[in-house]
Write a protein that binds this ligand. Structure first.
Ligand SMILES: [Zn+2]
Length: 338
C-alpha cells in the first residue's frame, strides 16, 4: 500500500509536467480526484483493507500525498491562467514598456507660446491680467466715452455683482500695468476675452487676445512698425510684407489696422484674401495721451504704443483651420495633429 502511494506520487509528478494548458490540467485533476475513477479516492477506499496497526502510518502518507497533489495542481492551474492573459506566452519582463499616450498642445497654446517667446526676447514682461473686470479698467480709463458702441449691452457680458463685467479685450492690462509700475514699460498680455457674439465660422463669445504695449521716452510710430514687422515675420514667415491703414480706437491716437500679405497665396491673390493679397491681422496705435494721464503718467515726458492681436485668428491662419469652432470643440482627432 505504501508503495502504491509513492507510485501515485511519481505518476502525478510526470502527468503534471506534461500538462501545460487548462484542458490538460483539468484531465489531471479528474485522473487524481475524480469521484468515480480518481486515484486518490481509490486509495482512500483501500484504507479499509489495511491492517489496524498500519492504518495510522498509511493514512498519514495518503493525507500528505492528497494535500501535495492538490496544492501543486492549484498552483500550476493559476500559473497557466495568468500566462493565458498575456497572450498565452510567458511574461517577458525585458520587453520595453508601453508608454501612456502623450497629450498635444492646443493650436492656440502653440501660437501663444511662440508669441510670448518673441516678445520675451524683445525684453517684454508677461502679465495675463484678470478676466473679471470693472468698468474703469475695461472702458473708462481706456478713453471709451459713455456712449461708445463697444460699451453697448449687445457686446459686453455684465455680471450681477458689484457692477463687474467680463473683459471685452486684453487692453485692461495696459491700465493695470501702468498703474502698478512706473515707465519705462514693456508688457505682453495673453488671455481669454468675452463678447456677446453669436457663434459663427469666425466668431465665438469666448476668444483669445494678445495685447502688447510699450511706454518709454521718445517712442514714435516707427518703433511700433518695427516691432510689429519683426513679430509678424517671425510668427508667420520672413517673406511676408506688412502695411498699416489709418483706423480708429478710443485708446490710441493715431490708430492703425495692420495687414500682412496673405499667407495662402503669398500676396498674389486668392479666395481667402478676396484676391486682395492682404489679410487683416491686428489693430494698433500710439497710446492716447489721455490714457497716460488717466494712470498718472505725464504724456509730455512719456509716449508709447499698443497693439491687440487675435490668437484664435492667428492659429486659424497659421494652421489653415477654416472654422473657429474647431478650436473649441476639442475633438481629439483634430488636436492630435498638432
Ligand atoms: Zn490670398
Amino acid at each position: 500500500m505504501l508503495d502504491d502511494i509513492a507510485k501515485t506520487g511519481t505518476d502525478f509528478d510526470r502527468d503534471l509536467a506534461a500538462a501545460n494548458d487548462p484542458a490538460a490540467l483539468d484531465q489531471v485533476r479528474v485522473r487524481y480526484f475524480g469521484r468515480k475513477a480518481g486515484a486518490i479516492p481509490a486509495l482512500f477506499e483501500r484504507l479499509k483493507e489495511v491492517p489496524k496497526e498500519e492504518k495510522r502510518s498509511v493514512g498519514d502518507a495518503l493525507n500528505k500525498l492528497r494535500d501535495r497533489i492538490k496544492s501543486t495542481l492549484d498552483e500550476k492551474t493559476a500559473q497557466v491562467a495568468s500566462q493565458k492573459q498575456v497572450g498565452q506566452r510567458p511574461l517577458d519582463v525585458t520587453l520595453p514598456a508601453r508608454l501612456p499616450p502623450l497629450g498635444h498642445l492646443h493650436p492656440i497654446t502653440i501660437v501663444r507660446r511662440e508669441l510670448e517667446e518673441i516678445f520675451l526676447e524683445m525684453g517684454y514682461s508677461l502679465d495675463p491680467g484678470p478676466e473679471v473686470e470693472t468698468d474703469w479698467y475695461n472702458f473708462e480709463a481706456l478713453n471709451f466715452t459713455p456712449d461708445h458702441p463697444a460699451r453697448d449691452m449687445q457686446d459686453t457680458f455684465f455680471l450681477d455683482v458689484d457692477q463687474l463685467l467680463l473683459r471685452t479685450h486684453t487692453s485692461n492690462v495696459q491700465i493695470r500695468s501702468m498703474e502698478r509700475w512706473k515707465p519705462p514699460l514693456r508688457v505682453l498680455s495673453c488671455g481669454r476675452v468675452y463678447r456677446r457674439d453669436e457663434i459663427t465660422m469666425r466668431k465665438s463669445p469666448v476668444f483669445h487676445q494678445a495685447e502688447g504695449f510699450l511706454v518709454d521716452r521718445g517712442i514714435h510710430i516707427g518703433h511700433l512698425r518695427a516691432t510689429l514687422e519683426q513679430f509678424i515675420k517671425r510668427l508667420f514667415g520672413a517673406d511676408l510684407a506688412m502695411r498699416m491703414r489709418p483706423s480708429y480706437f478710443p485708446f490710441t491716437e493715431p490708430s492703425a489696422e495692420v495687414d500682412m500679405s496673405c499667407v495662402f497665396c503669398r500676396g498674389k491673390g486668392c479666395n481667402t484674401c478676396s484676391f486682395t493679397g492682404w489679410m487683416e491681422i491686428l489693430g494698433s496705435g500710439m497710446i492716447h495721451p489721455q490714457v497716460l494721464r488717466n494712470v498718472g503718467i505725464d504724456p509730455d515726458e512719456w509716449s508709447g504704443f499698443a497693439f491687440g492681436f487675435g490668437l484664435d485668428r492667428a492659429a486659424m491662419i497659421k494652421f489653415d483651420i477654416p472654422n473657429i469652432r474647431t478650436l473649441f470643440e476639442n475633438d481629439l482627432r483634430v488636436l492630435q495633429q498638432f
